[in-house]
Each structure stands twice: as structure tokens, then as C-alpha cells.
Design a protein around this ligand. Structure first.
Ligand code: PMT
Length: 415
């Protein structure tokens, strides 16, 4: 059974105000509708000078609301209907002007009136010139809105659109970041009260000051699991080998390099964890010696002497008690036989098997295709899916294995 996006059939009001970042609101709209959300756009007069309502109408499949005093009675009704039905108001980009109106309850146009009418939670993504953004009045207004329970997604630092504008903090947050925050709101909080330890990425085993043994793990699989668990209310400790990824917000991330460092970090956090998910690709061996300098050709021999690294998962399996322990099996042949052996040898509750010989899934890709093995000998084949979707499916499979008292009474933020 595959789960659908938490945004499917959600009614979202998207407020667009006048700024050069308006074009990014189109991308946000596209992302939201791709998740199955019903998005109704409200544009201010200034926004319509940057992008036409027709663009938003085409992408949202709904008429765009622009004018409080539109003559058609149905339009007036639509405002009221939307204020009642919207499950969230997202304003992106939000100008200094609209922040000021929202903060002070000024309702002199469609969007500012909508803001004080709707009871839906509000997410505001400011975008403006950095000097304006830093202005004390704008900062006061943002602080006031936060106090009132409005969620603010900070603008990003970077090059600004206008000629000679230079760099600074004021660019609209990336549409993917805004989407992630909206999804957070609608995610069920069914992992509340559960502490999850996730490992991700490769380990590196140094041969000398510049060379190491490693593998192509990007960390994407483990980070997706960490993010999904955090969104669903879990406390997440992410132990990550070297990756280029930024840890998901609100996840405690411990960076390690070697298998032994990963071992120490896992053991240090084991007692507090209810679930351990080991998506990391840990080097089984390390060079017997590590030179502190870059080895010269003359100093090296064609034979590399290795020694075994600790098997972290097997050790956790020995100490696991009633924790749920999930291992990954990265295989290139005899998938099932090897994976079942791993389940027994490492005392696992679940094994996620993936074909790392296939370059389009597994290592480094955005998608993966896995089989899940259960202790009761069941096995489940999942289709090829984005790692983010797979992460949620995996959490769905793990949840029933837990009998955690604090899960009782945990309720979604928005149902
Ligand atoms: O990071 P990505 O680019 O997104 O790629 C994802 C992935 C392919 C790395 C991931 O899906 C995956 O398969 N992770 C496990 C990789 C691996 O090391 O598999 P393994 O079959 O060699 O090890 C089995 C299990 O034992 C794994 O859970 C591993 O974390 C663990 N292990 C292995 C060796 C060791 N010394 N200690 C361990 O804990």
C-alpha cells in the first residue's frame, strides 16, 4: 500500500505580492499542484504588474482572486468560501508593505482582508531588498507576526535581481524549501515521542593525509529518512559520514568520517533511541596504517594491508533489547539470500534490500527501488520511488513494530 502526499486535496490559499520574486511563486504553485493540493491564488495589484493572473490561473486550474470589489457576485462568494475553506494561507513573496499591513491589522485590499478573515495557519515568505529587510520597522513587524503565531520562512542570502543590487539577505526562500515547510504542517505526527537514530552517507578510511577508501554513498537515503521521521514528530539523531547535504532542520546531526567514529557516535546515542535505521554505507575495512603525510610513490607497495572495522549494526543487534533495528543490504548479486543472512546474523527487525549494481538507483540517485524483509519471513517489493517517498513508506512499515506508550494520544497538528 503506497501512501499519498500529505498535500493531496488540501485547500491552500497562495497570496502573491509585488516583487521580482513573483515568478518563483509560479514554481511554488507548480510544486504544490504536483502534490495534489488545490491551490487558490490571491494576487495584489502590484503582483499583477510582475506576472499576469493568467499564468497562475493556468497552473492552478482555478480563477485567480485579484479584486475585493469585483462585480461578479460569484467572485465575492469565492473570497468568503476560500477564507472558510483554506487549510493554510501561504504568502510568497511577501513584501515589506504586506508584512506591515498584516502586523498592524490593516485590511485595505483583498489579501490583507483575507489575512484577518481566515482562521487558517499562515506561512509568510518575505522577499525584498536587503536594506529594506534589515530595516528596524520590517524586523519589528516580522517579530510581531511571529508572536501572533504566523510562521516566517526567512529569505536567503545571495545575488539580488535588480541591476547593481549586489548581494545580501532578501531573496525569496527556494520554492522547494517553502514546499517542505508546508508539507511539515500537514504531515501526521504519528512518530511523536519516538527517538530515531539514523546513519547516513559513506565512511572514509584514510591511507595517508590525502587518500582514503570509501564508496559512492551520497547520504540521500539516510537524510530522507531523518527528514521524514522529524516531520512526523520524532526526535531524530542523524549520524552522517562525509556528504554535501545539509542536515534537515531540527535534526541533531553528528558528523563523522571513519567507521570507528560512526561506531562511537552510534554507541553514545544508542540508549536513548527507540529505533535505529542504518542506511550508512560503512567501510568494512580500513588500511592497517595511516601515514600523516602524503605518501610518495617510492614509499608505497602495490599491496594494501587492511584490517576490519567494527560491524556497528551487528554490535547494536547484540545490545538491542526491545529497540527496533533496521538494516540496509547493499547487494549486487544473490540479493535475497544475502539479505536474509544479514537479518539473522545482525539480529534485525527489518532489512531494506537495494541493488547497488544498478547505477540509476541506490548510490547517489534521487530514487531507489527496494525489497523489505520482515522477521516473520514476509517480503515486500516496492516500486521505484523518490527516496523521500520511500522514507515515509519505510516509517509506515516500522511504526506498527513499535509499542511505544507515548504514541498513544499523539495527534496530527492538522488533520
Ligand atoms: O547514500 P545514498 O547515495 O542515498 O545511497 C543509499 C545506499 C545505497 C547507501 C543505501 O540505500 C544502503 O544500501 N545502505 C547500506 C549500505 C551498506 O553498507 O550495506 P551492507 O550490505 O554492506 O551493510 C549491511 C548493513 O550493515 C547496513 O545497514 C550497514 O549500515 C551496516 N554496516 C555495515 C558494515 C559495518 N562495518 N557496519 C555496519 O553497521
Amino acid at each position: 500500500m503506497l501512501r499519498s502526499s500529505p498535500l493531496k486535496d488540501r485547500t491552500i490559499a497562495l497570496g502573491v505580492t509585488g516583487g521580482i520574486a513573483c515568478y518563483k511563486a509560479l514554481e511554488l504553485l507548480r510544486l504544490l499542484t504536483a502534490q495534489g493540493a488545490q491551490v487558490h491564488v490571491l494576487m495584489t495589484e502590484h503582483a499583477q504588474r510582475f506576472v499576469t493572473p493568467l499564468s497562475f490561473e493556468t497552473l492552478s486550474y482555478h480563477p485567480v482572486l485579484t479584486d475585493m470589489f469585483a462585480p461578479a457576485a460569484e467572485k465575492t462568494m469565492k473570497h468568503i468560501w476560500l477564507a472558510e475553506q483554506a487549510e493554510m494561507l501561504v504568502v510568497a513573496p511577501a513584501t515589506a508593505n504586506i508584512l506591515g499591513k498584516f502586523a498592524h491589522g490593516i485590511a485595505d485590499d483583498l489579501l490583507s482582508t483575507f489575512f484577518i478573515t481566515t482562521r487558517a495557519p499562515v506561512l509568510v515568505a518575505p522577499a525584498m531588498n536587503p536594506a529594506m529587510y534589515q530595516h528596524p520597522r520590517v524586523q519589528e513587524n516580522i517579530a510581531k507576526l511571529r508572536q501572533q503565531g504566523v510562521e516566517i520562512i526567512e529569505p536567503e542570502y545571495g545575488r539580488l535581481a535588480g541591476p547593481g543590487e549586489g548581494e545580501g539577505k532578501g531573496r525569496l526562500a527556494a520554492p522547494e524549501r517553502i514546499l517542505a515547510r508546508i508539507e511539515d504542517r500537514f504531515c501526521p505526527k504519528d512518530w511523536q515521542g519516538i527517538t530515531v537514530l539514523v546513519t547516513a552517507g559513506p565512511t572514509r578510511e584514510a591511507l595517508d593525509a590525502v587518500r582514503f577508501l570509501s564508496n559512492p554513498s551520497s547520504g540521500k537515503m539516510g537524510y530522507a529518512i531523518a527528514q521524514a521521521a522529524q516531520r512526523r514528530g520524532a526526535r531524530v539523531v542523524l549520524i552522517s559520514g562525509p556528504t554535501h547535504l545539509s542536515p534537515p532542520p531540527a535534526v541533531e546531526c553528528i558528523r563523522v568520517t571513519t567507521a570507528r567514529e560512526m561506531y562511537d557516535a552510534v554507541m553514545a546515542h544508542l540508549a536513548e533511541s527507540d529505533v535505529v535505521i542504518k542506511a550508512a554505507a560503512v567501510s568494512d575495512f580500513r588500511p592497517q596504517t595511516t601515514a600523516p603525510h602524503k605518501l610518495k610513490k617510492e614509499e608505497m607497495t602495490p599491496t594494501l594491508l587492511l584490517e576490519r572495522n567494527p560491524d556497528i549494526l551487528a554490535e547494536v543487534g547484540q545490545r538491542k533489547g526491545n529497540k527496533i533495528l533496521v538494516g540496509f543490504a547493499a547487494e549486487t548479486e544473490a540479493f535475497m539470500a544475502n539479505a536474509w543472512k544479514k537479518m539473522e546474523r545482525k539480529n534485525l527487525d527489518l532489512v531494506v534490500v537495494n541493488d547497488v549494481g544498478n547505477r540509476t538507483i541506490g548510490f547517489g540517485s534521487d530514487e531507489n527501488q527496494v525489497q523489505i524483509l520482515y522477521r516473520d519471513r514476509r517480503q515486500e517489493e516496492l516500486p521505484r520511488l523518490p527516496k523521500s517517498v520511500l522514507a515515509d513508506l519505510l516509517l509506515d512499515r516500522i511504526l506498527p513494530l513499535l509499542s511505544h506508550p507515548s504514541r498513544e494520544g499523539a495527534c496530527p497538528q492538522i488533520s
